[in-house]
Design a protein around this ligand. Structure first.
Ligand code: AMP
Length: 410
């Protein structure tokens, strides 16, 4: 992992307890993790990144001699017990990763769980069954939150991917227990807030993907700090249409045209450079093997849609990226899931990886794109949360962070 430029130290931006602030020796610590891993048809885990991401916090709690109670949701069982969404396979994988016994509880509350907790020794690890087997989890039921809180002495949130949800295990339990952030949550905030709020300049933001509405809030939030903005992917065509040009059948969010025009003018008025694709790869459908062409962006014929940035745009964007010192990238440059339209995204992934800069990649699709491009090790920080990272980049406080205990108060 490259570390050319360090982000702003956490102490300057984070006024909540972190796990190191708690005296957890011999205490029961409830750690909310994000073990919402993909499961295949045989209930095997093809990608255990989410489990691995929580290991620093879990290992710290074990080493400090805490009784470690882990809890997560998995999938959408809709408030009912459904073996397809059991955390049992996660318990097995975690046991292998920790090289240590993991006790698996058949539920997350109730007398059986309380019995298992009462028998725990310092350093033991217990994983509770899926929180979402109970409808009260998503409804933030107070009694449910109290029952979870009653299992422990302290609460730690290390589930960044769920920190934007006001669920019982995220905002309910902290009402009853002293609460702190885990190392993953801390790191996400350090990069997505610390580094973005006080960027080393020049600061370049690269935005792409399909939904303009999801990215406008980010643009607005960084508009007083960013030096250059690159817009690619499907969202570019709403901006181009807003400028009065034909975009054929390309993705356009009609109700965002006015907003797109406004934000572009606002950025221009304060001297921020704003780059859109100058050429694009077009086709009439996304079917693999479909006929594709490269055309200047202002010459997209009717019936055709732009599905990737073209080679001239990739070169232009790479030149802009080259002298950046901080880069934020959220959203692919095209429909990269299909080989024919993946080159633009992969070219930008390589340029971001090559830049001598602090590079931050927003979660979800962009994370997948840098992995597929084979450059994930050369990115400074890849966020583990899609919705949560966007909310943080929009400058909003996440409910899961707001709920933690303030350092000054206690
Ligand atoms: P988002 O969640 O808004 O970041 O959108 C990610 C999705 O945008 C990916 O699944 C891409 O396939 C899609 N996407 C990127 N560029 C385009 C485009 N030019 N036209 C249609 N979809 C696109």
């Amino acid at each position: 992992m490259k570390k050319n430029i360090d982000p702003v130290p956490i102490k300057d931006i984070f006024h909540k307890f972190i796990i190191e602030d708690l005296d957890i020796k011999g205490k029961k610590v409830f750690i909310r993790v994000d073990f919402n891993v993909p499961l295949d048809d045989n209930l095997q885990i093809p990608d255990d990144t989410r489990i691995r991401s929580a290991l620093p916090t879990i290992n710290y709690a074990i080493d400090e001699g805490a009784k470690v109670i882990l809890s997560s949701h998995l999938g959408r069982p809709k408030g009912k017990v459904d073996p397809r969404f059991s955390l049992a396979p996660v318990a097995k994988r975690l046991q292998r990763l920790l090289n240590k016994k993991v006790i698996f509880a058949p539920d997350c509350i109730g007398s059986q769980v309380e019995g298992l907790v009462s028998k725990m020794n310092a350093g033991d690890v217990l994983l509770l069954e899926n929180l979402r087997y109970h409808p009260e989890e998503e409804k933030n039921g107070e009694e449910f939150a109290r029952a979870l809180a009653n299992l422990a002495d302290f609460y730690v949130n290390d589930a960044f991917g769920a920190a934007h949800r006001a669920h019982a295990s995220i905002v309910g339990i902290p009402k009853f227990l002293t609460s702190a952030a885990g190392f993953l949550l801390k790191k996400e905030i350090e990069y997505l807030k610390g580094a973005i709020d006080n960027p080393v300049k020049p600061f370049v933001a690269i935005l792409g993907g399909a939904k303009v509405s999801g990215k406008i809030g980010v643009l607005e939030n960084i508009s007083d700090r960013v030096d250059k903005v690159i817009v690619g992917g499907g969202i570019a065509y709403t901006f181009i249409k807003a400028m009065g040009y034909e975009v054929g059948n390309s993705l356009v969010e009609d109700d965002m045209i006015e907003t797109a025009q406004k934000i572009r003018k606002k950025l221009k008025s304060v001297g921020i450079k704003f780059y859109l694709p100058v050429d694009c790869v077009i086709a009439q459908s996304t079917e693999p093997g479909t006929v594709k062409k490269i055309v200047p962006t202002l010459e997209i014929p009717k019936e055709w849609k732009a599905l990737d940035i073209g080679p001239a745009s990739a070169r232009l964007f790479s030149e802009v990226i080259e002298d950046a010192k901080t880069i934020l990238w959220n959203g692919p440059m095209g429909v990269f899931e299909i080989d024919e339209f993946s080159r633009g995204t992969f070219a930008i992934a390589r340029s971001v990886a090559d830049a001598y800069a602090l590079t931050i990649v927003g979660g979800g699709d962009t994370d997948l794109a840098v992995h597929r491009a084979g450059v994930s090790d050369a990115i400074t920080f890849i966020s583990t949360g899609g919705g949560a990272s966007l909310q943080l980049l929009e400058g909003k406080e996440l409910p899961g962070i707001a709920a933690l205990t303030n350092k000054e108060v206690t």
